[in-house]
Ligand binder design. Structure first.
Ligand SMILES: [Zn+2]
Length: 465
């Protein structure tokens, strides 16, 4: 309980030069008027160490309200600070400052949900700005707060420019964000053609979006800057797609050879999603993979060529012996992948193809630990295909179910890929290869019950049968 008092800014300040300068001088005045005992200067706002810790953001257009309890147990001397800051604001903003005091039956103009939204925006730095129409944060339940805080902040990361850093523990499978691209474009062969095509697309964007685009890293400086930025940042719209999309926020996510997040293009929703593929701890940088992996030398050379950086991720900085072990796993992954993809062997010796799937599963888990991500979804799909090709609906449905669960983690239920595998899980016989051979013919309902884990895995992978 207690009485609230403070002031609202009505209408809110604009981003224009006059409002910006006035706000800046107001902030400087406040900073100069109080000592560190009274307030703390955070990267994006000032917080007073009194009452309910009222805040003033550095970006004035975000500001709606400065207030605190001024009586009761949460007041702690806030009264005089509220008065003084209100007076200082009136000097600069005149009648836009609406002072209010519940004891006098004068109430704030904005409702608290709006005000709480504005508080939440303080944490987000101004550049790059995330227009709400383009970036949609999916808000987590992690923060024990009634403010729905975004799961990450954009901040400088040592040696990498900007990056996304988790503000809370983000659980495996959680959608961190989804974002619509500025534009999509094919990777055109002619530099000048691509340049003029992108120039046209840029003209259709707002000034803010244009600035955001131009602030992205360019690994190919020269006479085609728009193409250079696009080539450095575009993410393919789907695996192996020749169309790429450039994004305001997602393009700030840095690379790791052992990423903790997965990016994927949702062709229905026409947006890119980022999901945590393992638990991401608060304070940890959110990373995706820019490449297809491979051993140390080749993958680092590839990253340097395409993106212009030396990778110093948690894998690349391991001691030599551990790197060599990782390299040998990665070579094995590639070999197994190629072997599994051999359609002739699937027809003639499917048990070998299936055994390779199981080996691949083990190596992937050893190499990527808890963050295998979409590779595991692809592996289960391969195992599904091998089984359904030979009419084994029971095992096919189990593999499809595992593939489905992996897809949900990496892409969410709304992804077309997830929906596709879900359909196959329910009706494996609808797959185009279903029953090409009758060698392993089994009905879907013949999944054994009552086996322990080891027994079930043995049945599933056709070991010892
Ligand atoms: Zn690396």
């Amino acid at each position: 309980m207690g009485i609230d008092a403070g002031f609202d800014m009505v209408p809110p300040l604009s981003k224009g030069a006059v409002d910006r300068q006035n706000w800046q001088s107001f902030i400087e005045f406040i900073k100069g008027s109080y000592k560190n005992d009274d307030l703390e200067v955070k990267p994006n706002y000032i917080v007073f160490k009194v009452g309910e810790h009222p805040m003033l953001p550095f970006e004035g257009y975000k500001f709606l309200r400065f207030s605190s309890k001024v009586s009761g147990s949460h007041a702690k001397g806030a009264d005089e600070y509220i008065d003084a800051v209100t007076r200082a604001a009136v000097v600069r903003f005149g009648s836009r400052v609406r002072a209010w005091h519940e004891a006098a039956n004068v109430w704030g103009v904005y409702d608290w949900s709006e005000v709480n939204d504005s508080f939440r925006s303080y944490e987000q730095p101004d550049e790059p700005e995330i227009p709400t129409s383009m970036a949609q944060y999916v808000l987590g339940t992690e923060p024990k707060s009634d403010l729905n805080l975004p799961l990450f902040s954009i901040q400088p990361v040592t040696g990498k420019g900007k990056g996304l850093v988790a503000r809370f523990n983000i659980g495996k499978g959680k959608r961190i964000l989804s974002e619509t691209p500025f534009f999509t474009t094919p990777n055109l062969v002619s530099g000048s053609l691509m340049e003029s095509s992108i120039a046209t697309k840029l003209k259709a964007l707002s000034k803010t979006e244009q600035r955001q685009f131009l602030s992205l890293h360019n690994n190919f400086p020269g006479k085609h800057p728009f193409s250079g930025i696009t080539k450095t940042n575009a993410l393919p719209c789907g695996p192996d797609s020749v169309i790429g999309g450039v994004y305001p926020t997602i393009c700030l996510i840095n690379h790791s050879c052992l990423p903790n997040a997965h990016n994927s293009w949702n062709s229905d929703a026409k947006h890119e999603t980022i999901h945590a593929i393992r638990l991401i701890k608060a304070g940890e940088e959110i990373t995706i993979s820019y490449d297809k992996g491979g051993p140390y030398d080749s993958r680092r050379a590839g990253l340097k060529r395409a993106f212009g950086f030396e990778c110093n991720c948690s894998l690349c900085i391991l001691p030599l012996a551990e790197l060599q072990a990782s390299d040998s796993r990665r070579r094995q992954i590639r070999l197994l992948d190629e072997a599994i993809g051999d359609p002739e062997r699937v027809m003639i010796r499917p048990e070998e193809s299936l055994a390779d799937c199981q080996s691949l599963l083990r190596v992937l888990e050893e190499e990527y630990k808890d963050g295998v991500g979409v590779l595991i979804a692809r592996l289960y799909y391969d195992a599904f295909q091998i089984c359904i090709t030979h009419g084994d609906q029971a095992r096919a449905s189990v593999f499809a179910e595992r593939g489905f669960r992996s897809r949900v983690i990496c892409e969410g239920e709304d992804s077309p890929e997830t929906q596709n595998i879900k359909g196959l899980m329910e009706n494996p016989a609808t797959h185009r290869n279903s029953g090409v051979s009758k060698r392993w013919k089994t009905a879907k309902k013949l999944v054994p019950k009552g086996l322990d884990n080891a027994g079930f895995e043995k049945w599933l992978w056709r070991r010892g049968s």
